[in-house]
Every structure is written in structure tokens, then in C-alpha cells.
Ligand binder design. Sequence first.
Ligand code: UD1
Length: 355
Amino acid sequence: MKILSLVGARPQIIKEAMLNKEFQEAGITEILVHSGQHYDYNMSDVFFSVLNIRQPDYNLNVGSGTHAEMTGKIMIEFEKVVIKEKPDMILVYGDTNTTLAGALVGSKLKIPVAHVEAGIRQKPKDMPEEINRVLTDHVSSLLFCPSELAVKNLKKEGIEEGVHFVGDVMYDLFLKMKPQFKYEKLEELRLKEDEYIVCTIHRDFNTDVREKLETILQQLAKIGKEKKIVFPIHPRTKKKIKEYGLEGYTKDLIITEPLDYLNMMGVIEKSGMVITDSGGLQKEAYWCGRRALVVMEDTGWRELIENGWNKLAKQEEIYEKAEEILREGNKKYPRNVYGNGDSSKKILDIFKNIA
Ligand code: UD1
């Protein structure tokens, strides 16, 4: 069986890391394609080296652009690779423009598409990631769900065939890499366990409207006067802070370049709490035993809100709700709802059965 995997953005490289190893061990041929959506060293290459993933067989080098430019360019270039390689299956991950482009190309060429992290749904309906998720799921033949809620979400939309609850591949990777988490950044920044907050912000609804980003930074600056905040900054956010002239709010924050996986996990593991709008970090904080304030109207990882571990916050509520989390401290740790850490093995077994 020949599988063609398409990655392009930071979280996809992380999701692919475990499967990559499983495929190699099982002797399944996996051709790895990088769309080039993320191209900075800190957003892409470092994950390949730290997670020990072999270099992609193809890099489409699409770079940045509007949604249509990016999706269109990936489709045009990826189609050429698919026609040349003639895979039995195309594997796409998560919810980025790369995911949607890959799913469209595969389905139109009548090559079955398998979607890792299928069934996640989140309001508002018009956010780019949600559009990518819904459309990808509707053209996929195999849908690997990270949670039982994801299976239910698909059922509501009439998708039942090819749906498998396998758990979250990010949890597999988390468990596997835990012994190697790094604490160099902690030492470098002189951070003491539990005495600082980790923050990441990059979603378009938080960064692309000046007032929203300003409110977020005002709130963080207020917290920053009382507690250290480490802010590994996404290039989109960095660009917008500069464009809107909001640098003044960042003087009480510890801004760093994006961190590699092992250092990021090390920083989270020892933190007091996390403030984020990243889907991945909401779960990684929980697996580290840390609570997260999620700066979103809704989240695809609703289980962690319903069981009270994480909290949602509007931009203007960050200070108040972060204080609440810090006051409440670590509650009773809820049952893991994202599988047993064997998702990649389950996915592999499903592939073996159809091969
Ligand atoms: C993308 C995904 C998002 C995911 C995130 C993880 C979509 C629609 N969004 O968002 O779901 O959570 O990746 O990081 O696919 N840039 C650089 N260097 C890079 C990458 C980006 O400078 O290596 C800058 C570019 O100016 C670009 C901007 O960041 O315009 C945004 O990048 P883009 O890939 O469009 O979306 P992300 O915000 O990274």
C-alpha cells in the first residue's frame, strides 16, 4: 500500500510525526509532501529535526498568500505529485488550508482521502479552520476521530461510513516524547515552576482586527504586571502588532520566537497556567496537568470546557478569568477523553485491514 501524506503547517507536522514512525516500522510506503504553507525555520524545519521526521519527498513551496492563493497553489502543485505517484490513499491532517487543498485534489482524482482529526466542530461557522474541517470531512473516505464527540458531530451531518474513533495522535506523541521534554528555555528565562503563564495567540479573529488584538494585549499587560507571561509569538501575531503599532503593550511580556515541540512542552509542564487560542495547546496543557484559558468563542475541544478543566474567555475577559483559574488552582484531573495513546497504531491497523 502506498500512502501520500500532505503536511504544511506546524500542527500537521506534529500530527504526522507518530504515523511516520508507524508506517516505517510496518513497511508501508509513505510519500511525504510539504506544502510550504509554513516556511520559517521555527514554524517548520525545527519540528522535523526535533521530532526526528525524515525530510519530505516533495516541497511545494507555496508560501503565504490569501486563502484562495494558498489553497489554489497547493492544489495545482499537489495534483501533479498525486498523478505522478499514484497513491492508494491520501492522508491529510487537521484543519488548515493545506488540509482542504489535499482533500479536494484527492477526492476529485477519485483517490480515497483519510482525514486525521476528523469531526471537530467549532463556532463560528465562517472561521477558516471550520470551513476547512467541514469540507474536508465531507469528501473523506476514512475519518479518524480524536474524540467521541467528533464521531457524534459527523453523525449529525450524515457521515457514518468510514468513521473511526481512534483517539488523538497528538496524545501518542506527547506520551512518547515526554521523557525528552526540554527545560532550557525555563533556565534561560529564569522561570520558576508554577510562577509564570504561557501564552500563545494567532487566530485571525484575535489578530486581524486591531481592537481585538489591542484588547488582548491590554489584558495580558495587566496580568504581566503581576505575573510573568512567556509569549512565544506566531509570525502572524508579530506582523499584526507591528502593523497596528501595538508594541507598547508588550513591554511587560516575555516575548520569544516560536518554540520547538520539546521546549514548548517543557515550558507548559512547569507553568502556572496557559492562555491560548491554539487547538493543540488546549489539550497539551491538560496532558501536562495545567489548565488553559481559551481565548475563543467556542472550541472544538469542548470536553475540556464541560469537565471544568479549561475555560473560554472573550478578549476583554482574559484578566478576570485567568485570575479565576489561578485562584481555583488545579482541580481534580478529569478522565482523558482523547484515547489511550495508541491512535497511530489503530490508524495503521485500519490501513492494514484495507490493504
Ligand atoms: C495556520 C492554520 C491554523 C493553524 C496554524 C498553526 C489555516 C487557515 N490556518 O494559521 O489553523 O492553527 O497555522 O500555526 O491554514 N507566516 C510566516 N512564516 C511562516 C508561516 C506564516 O511569516 O512560516 C506568516 C505569513 O505572513 C502569513 C501569516 O503568518 O501570512 C499567517 O500564516 P498562515 O499559514 O496563513 O496561517 P496561520 O496563522 O499560521
